[in-house]
Design a protein around this ligand. Structure first.
Ligand SMILES: C[S@@+](CC[C@H](N)C(=O)[O-])C[C@H]1O[C@@H](n2cnc3c(N)ncnc32)[C@H](O)[C@@H]1O
Length: 472
């Protein structure tokens, strides 16, 4: 936590100036509005924040401060709540709790001076709730300000010897069940788990994918001012700026995509197949990132991609993302292979199943996601993943390839789903060593045959890849 620890709003004596008609300065007010929308309307911060920044015309340091307050507060929610709960004798209403969370975040995780954090929190509560609530907020904020984060953690975190996962969870602001799930997937090296959890608390750089045959990596670097990605031969890491302003994106020559997603999609098209290789299927295509890459490869190699997506709106996004490429979008349930005239059994040479999942591998992008996800999300998702993988196996021809991908490292969604499919499938399958289709020399890929990428090892989202060949 504390990446970039801003002193904005506090390095200066009084913080950002208050604008007319706003209860507090615009960056804090924007952050508060986003946090409220996340709490009350299940909004996604990464979608809600950009619009509000534009509406309030915030840029530069003000936008950076609003972003850090929003992301930092939402990421640390569970730990902030433990500390707040130590100091309240009654449940604060939702708006007051959100203001306290944001105030406590400033006190404990940033260099904002305590008086600025306390005063702006109290003003925010007075102006958006009432005087009584402001008095209450003032008392809580003063108590929180009496100790450092380290002191509070010593008080609220479970004992490290008795419950190491619980202690780490509080220290790195993750739910304990997620720490345990990551430990299952990564192994019990406590130092490495800590590295992973800390990597989750840092916003990732923006990566672009240079669509093969449309623009080279070098040309995209020159256009964007970015540098070559670490692993994918198509990746460009942006130094900053708005990718939406790039002409290559508008012209369908590049798109925004994590390097891990680029690697797994590239692997799926690079496994050799004998014979026909021009019918590709993307069974879970929305919003179309991997379909964009598959379509560009397909254009180079004379293959068509059928992109299936069950949600109408997301199917429209796929169509938009793949304009000009040989990608045909179908709004359908991917499990209907064998029952839909377009989804013929054995009708495809390569099938990608980028399955709906908990998204635990992309927590660094979605600050609130870790607190929203529940272990109870797993059983229905796992069932759907297994059904989609079984459908993909029916769709691929003998000798063809199925790539099973998740942006979660949870073993139930990854290795267990694959092993269960291999065990139960009446269609004979061979599990390939997916490491062979990762960039040469890429370290930290484990013992195979599946591949698990990690933010702290590879700088990518924690993408999982299994490659299966149909052999009968
Ligand atoms: C992890 S996302 C895919 C991301 C996409 N491949 C990309 O790179 O942009 C999973 C997608 O599967 C879709 N989905 C869920 N259930 C489905 C089903 N039964 N059939 C087809 N698509 C489904 C979800 O709506 C979601 O858009």
């Amino acid at each position: 936590m504390g990446a970039g620890r801003p002193d904005r709003g506090g390095g200066e004596a009084r913080g950002p100036a208050k604008r007319p008609n706003l209860p507090v300065d615009a960056p804090r007010f924007v952050a508060f509005q986003v946090i409220r929308a996340v709490s009350d309307n299940d909004a996604y911060a990464n979608l809600a924040l950009p619009g509000l920044l534009r509406e309030r015309q915030l840029s530069g340091l003000d936008a950076a401060f609003a972003t850090e307050l929003t992301y930092g507060t939402l990421r640390s929610l569970g730990t902030l709540d433990r500390i707040i709960d130590r100091n309240v004798d009654r449940e604060p209403d939702s708006a007051v709790r959100d203001a306290l969370r944001m105030g406590a975040y400033q006190l404990l995780y940033t260099r904002v001076p305590p008086h600025a954090a306390v005063d702006t929190t109290v003003t925010l509560v007075r102006e958006t709730v009432n005087d009584g609530a402001a008095k209450f907020a003032n008392a809580i904020m003063r108590r929180v300000s009496e100790h450092t984060l380290e002191d509070w953690l010593a008080t609220v975190a479970p004992d490290a010897a008795e419950n190491p996962a619980g202690n780490l969870a509080a220290r790195t602001a993750h739910p304990e069940w997620i720490v345990r799930a990551f430990t299952d997937a990564l192994g019990k090296d406590a130092a490495e788990i800590t590295e992973l959890l800390e990597a989750d608390n840092v916003r990732p750089p923006v990566h672009l994918a240079a669509r093969p045959g449309r623009i080279t990596q070098e040309e995209l670097m020159a256009e964007s001012g970015g540098s070559a990605g670490q692993w994918s031969p198509y990746a460009v890491t942006l130094a900053g700026g708005d990718p939406g302003a790039l002409s290559s994106i508008h012209k369908g020559r590049s798109h925004v995509q994590d390097e891990g997603s680029q690697l797994v999609a590239t692997a799926v098209v690079n496994v050799p197949v004998q014979g026909q290789d021009d019918r590709w299927l993307d069974l879970c295509a929305g919003p179309g990132g991997k379909a964009g890459l598959l379509g560009a490869f397909g254009a180079e190699r004379g293959a068509d991609v059928l992109a299936v997506e069950v949600t109408e709106h997301r199917a429209e996004l796929v169509a938009k993302a793949t304009r000009g490429l040989p990608v045909y979008v179908k709004h359908a349930d991917g499990r209907t292979v064998g029952h839909d005239p377009d989804l013929v059994e054995q009708g495809f040479d390569r099938v990608l199943v980028d399955a709906p999942c908990t998204g635990l591998g992309a927590l660094r992008r979605r600050p609130e996601a870790r607190w929203r996800r529940m272990p109870s999300d797993l059983p229905p998702l796992t069932k759907l993943q297994r059904e989609l993988l079984a459908a993909a196996v029916r769709a691929v021809r003998v000798g063809g390839i199925v790539g099973y991908v998740t942006c979660s490292p949870h073993v139930t969604e990854t290795r267990m789903t694959v092993m269960e499919t291999l065990r139960k499938s009446k269609i004979p399958l061979e599990l390939l060593d997916a490491r062979e289709f990762m960039p040469a020399g890429m370290p930290g890929l484990g013992d195979g045959p599946t591949v698990q990428l990690w933010p702290h090892r590879h700088g990518t989202d924690a993408m999982f890849l299994a490659l299966l060949r149909r052999v009968g």
